[in-house]
Design a protein around this ligand. Structure first.
Ligand SMILES: *Cc1c(COP(=O)(O)O)cnc(C)c1O
Length: 340
């Protein structure tokens, strides 16, 4: 079996207690009907009620690395409302690993959504706020902190935005491993994949996994944050990381992929009325309370492409988010239900 080959490769790096297989089910009702097309959704939101699924996949190999290296401290960089900051804080607390957060300062005085949940988890004294004007140099600032601690004899592991780390690679490869394993069981192949991208690592995991197994398909990448160039250089980085880590080169075959700007509210983090309206439509049509920051934009982008290109065959939409991000938008969503 193909998926077993990939499983054998990544298994030594994984903490499998963190993950379980997520469902793939039909999602046809949201799309215009087409006799030669079936759309499915991978429910990575179901991996946890409060940790983003695709993040948990990264931690499934990042965490064993952190535990093995026995760092004195972990320093996590991110925005005040970052999904990664909130998600990783939960896992590190559970595992009793000491960490600090280096966060981009925010101006909203009301504590709500992800920042509120993060503050529930992390004591004020373990927060380092960085001014917006200094944010471009946050990596250097964090590196300085690491060096300073080193002089005191303390080892600090730096985790960049979105848990983009070499040690997260085996974890993101669990996604293609699971999907291919599901295909083998159900004898159903996907010709088209839709995945969203922030740092790009999750999408890169999907590309590299299919490349390793020499499975041909097309991957449509919704660029929710970041740019094509960064994605491509990160892909090359992770190819090298793959060869070093697993001691074998990837086959020259590579699945095809393309980049797509979000169909709604293009700039990262922006959620406008259209996005929120679509959040309601998706809830009514599919029964899924989907997060607007990433996944609604991703789903709208997928719909636009599927309709425009008149895609046929089996399509898999990867849903990596969760409902928790909706908490930041309650008032705005309630506005749609006001009496006339
Ligand atoms: C972080 C995140 C992503 C992006 O994942 P990358 O691996 O950084 O590309 C996508 N969707 C959601 C919901 C996320 O939280």
């Amino acid at each position: 079996m193909n998926s077993e080959k990939l499983r054998t490769l990544i298994k030594p790096y994984l903490s499998e207690e963190l993950l379980r297989q997520t469902r793939i089910h039909a999602l046809d009702n949201y799309f215009p009907p087409h006799p030669k097309r079936k759309v499915f959704i991978k429910r990575d939101d179901e991996l946890s009620s409060s940790i983003i699924g695709s993040k948990l996949r990264k931690y499934s190999s990042l965490l064993p690395y952190l535990e093995k290296e026995n760092f004195d401290e972990v320093l996590i960089i991110g925005g005040a409302h970052s999904n990664n900051v909130l998600s990783l804080s939960q896992v590190l607390k559970e595992k009793r690993l000491f960490f600090k957060l280096m966060l981009l300062e925010h101006h909203n005085p009301t504590l709500q959504g992800n920042l509120l949940w993060t503050r529930m988890l992390v004591n004020e004294k373990n927060l380092i706020w960085v001014k917006r004007k200094d944010w471009a140099e946050v990596e250097e600032k964090a590196q300085e902190y690491v060096e300073e601690e080193k002089r005191k004899g303390r080892r600090v592991c730096l985790i960049s935005e979105g848990a983009k780390h070499q040690a997260s690679l085996p974890g993101v490869l669990t996604l293609p491993q699971e999907i291919v394993s599901d295909q083998e069981k159900k004898e159903r192949e996907f010709q088209h994949y839709f995945i969203d991208s922030g740092t790009g690592l999750s999408a890169i995991g999907l590309i590299l996994g299919l490349q390793f197994l020499e499975i041909s398909a097309h991957i449509y990448i919704s660029l929710i944050a970041g740019r094509e160039k960064e994605f491509e250089s990160q892909l090359e980085n992770q190819r090298r990381n793959f060869s070093q880590l697993f001691g074998q080169d990837l086959p020259s075959f590579c699945p095809s992929y393309s980049f797509h700007r979000p169909a709604l509210a293009t700039s990262f983090g922006s959620v406008n009325t259209k996005v929120l309206q679509e959040t309601l439509v998706v809830a009514r049509e599919t029964g899924i309370l989907m997060d607007p920051v990433y996944s609604i934009k991703h789903l709208c982008t997928a719909k636009e492409i599927i309709v425009q290109k008149e895609l046929e065959g089996n399509i898999l939409f990867v849903y990596s988010g969760g409902s928790l991000a909706l908490a930041g938008f309650q008032e705005k969503l309630a506005y749609f239900f006001r009496s006339p």
